[in-house]
Design a binder for this molecule. Structure first.
Ligand code: GTP
Ligand code: MG
Length: 449
């Protein structure tokens, strides 16, 4: 899912995030590329326009943070805008407490996935400790009741049905009765779908809604129908009123346009996505995770936040100076190692550093070695760390003992440090970007093989 969109958006952003200075033209180009990607993904044109305007506006108004470069900051703006277009925060079901009877009414066109999604929701609620009951109110399609009964059997959730019933509202009432006798706390009502929205359907749903006063009116829409899923949601909301949407077949929807347009056009939250045919294949919809996936750059928010925490521009500058003046000490090295350890994924951070994208993989970083280095460095005195030249044989023995390593390992570390210093001297001559300096440090201290 979303593969193509991810590819295009991340290409556009990768280009700009690798820049330590960005111009209006850079931003314009990136925004244009994202715009094309969204349109290709079948996102509603109005939504795309709004997205572009909001992003441009923010990018121009944003003051530059001292700890991230403008390219990275732009990535975050795009991310935050995506999140807000996808609905901001996760919207869970709003049900009553377990002492009262809650009700979920499922609606949607024929074949959209109502019956399957009813079972999926039932399984989910059951796992959360609720006692759901599936109520078979699709009395039109011949095998509908049987299909629900089979699904209920599979997931171990009771199904209420009435043989030969003709009136869904009567079945609903029977369901409530049964529920009260059997300690049920949530009704999930499966309804009839039609090929298109028509009067009889709306009538039936209105009657059910009036009778049941549901806590949730969930539209089940097929994401593969793209923008028409959004139009359908709009119509259902106007005629019946919705509290949320489940987009099904998200596993086979490679474009994702419906997910991106839905909230903006209808104002209704996307609560779940169907990710397959099995009862387990239902996922809560997390706007920030989907946005992260679309950007294809990992979880950008947390990255930029981590970068703000760890790559402090001021610190990076100080490091750069030390490298140039060759006053980099073991003490600085220890500090660097601790900073790296604080980060979750070094690779992810390095990806954001100008010029480093695609060059490092987590496999390259030897975390064990990092730990060993920290142990050795911590076993030195401050004085030793300030001047490594004073560390003779007896001091080496003490440090090895203190860190649970061997004299050979201590010697190896000191040798590595000498090598790092030489390398830095060379690097600092042609690389005057403080963040690149820090990234290079990270690479070296990470024990790159
Ligand atoms: N791949 C995939 N298939 C799905 C998903 N949800 C439903 N389906 C399939 O879509 C088809 C229709 O699903 P149903 O649950 O019967 O749809 P419905 O809305 O109840 O259909 P009617 O009762 O005829 O209106 C079935 O073959 C399901 O297995 C999903 O999230 N992913
Ligand atoms: Mg059905």
């Amino acid at each position: 899912m979303l593969d193509k969109l991810t590819q295009k958006v991340s290409d556009a952003l990768r280009f700009i995030s690798g820049k330590s200075a960005i111009s209006e033209k850079n931003i314009g180009d990136a925004v244009d590329a994202i715009k094309m990607a969204l349109l290709e993904a079948d996102v509603n044109l109005r939504v795309v326009r709004r997205f572009v305007n909001a992003t441009m506006e923010e990018a121009q108004g944003e003051k530059v943070l001292r700890s991230v470069d403008p390219g990275q900051q732009f990535v975050k703006i795009v991310h935050d805008k995506l999140v807000s277009f996808l609905g901001d925060t996760r919207q869970d079901l709003r049900l009553k407490g377990p002492d009262a009877l809650s009700c979920i009414l499922m609606l949607g066109l024929q074949g959209s996935g109502k019956t399957t999604s009813s079972a999926k929701l039932a399984l989910r609620l059951k796992k959360e400790g609720r006692k759901p009951l599936l109520v078979a109110c699709d009395l039109i399609r011949p095998a509908a009741v049987e299909q629900l009964a089979i699904l209920g059997g599979q997931i171990g959730v009771p199904v209420y049905k009435e043989e030969g019933a003709r009136d869904p509202v009567a079945v609903y009432r029977g369901g409530v009765n049964w529920a009260q006798k059997n300690l049920i706390d949530t009704l999930i009502i499966d309804t009839t779908g039609r090929l298109q929205i028509d009067e009889p359907m709306m009538e039936e749903l209105s009657r059910l809604k009036k009778a049941a006063a549901p806590d949730e009116l969930l539209l089940v829409a097929d994401s593969m129908t793209g923008q028409s899923a959004v139009d359908i949601a709009k119509t259902f909301d106007e005629k019946i009123g919705l509290t949320g949407v489940i987009l099904t077949k998200f596993d086979s929807d490679t474009r994702g346009g419906a997910a991106l347009s839905l909230k903006t056009i209808t104002g209704k939250p996307l609560k779940f996505v169907g990710m397959g045919e099995k009862p387990e294949d239902l996922e809560p919809f997390y706007p920030d995770r989907i946005a992260g996936r679309i950007l294809g750059m990992g979880d950008v928010v947390s990255l930029v936040e981590k970068a703000q925490e760890v790559i402090d521009q001021k610190e990076a500058l100080a490091l750069q100076k030390k490298m140039e003046k060759e006053t980099f000490t073991l003490e600085d090295w220890l500090e660097q190692i601790r900073a790296v350890k604080k980060m979750g994924s070094l690779q992810a951070l390095l990806e954001m550093v100008p010029g480093m994208a695609g060059q490092v993989s987590e496999d390259d970083i030897n975390r064990e070695e990092l730990k060993g280095q920290e142990a050795i460095l911590s076993s030195m005195t401050r004085k030793e760390r300030a001047n490594h030249l004073i560390i003779g044989p007896s001091r080496r023995t003490r440090i090895a003992r203190g860190s649970g390593t061997s004299v050979a390992e201590v010697a190896r570390l000191l040798k590595k440090f000498e090598k790092m210093k030489t390398m830095m001297k060379k690097m600092s001559k042609f690389n005057r970007n403080p963040q690149a300096a820090q990234a290079m440090m990270s690479r070296m201290q990470g024990g790159f093989r």
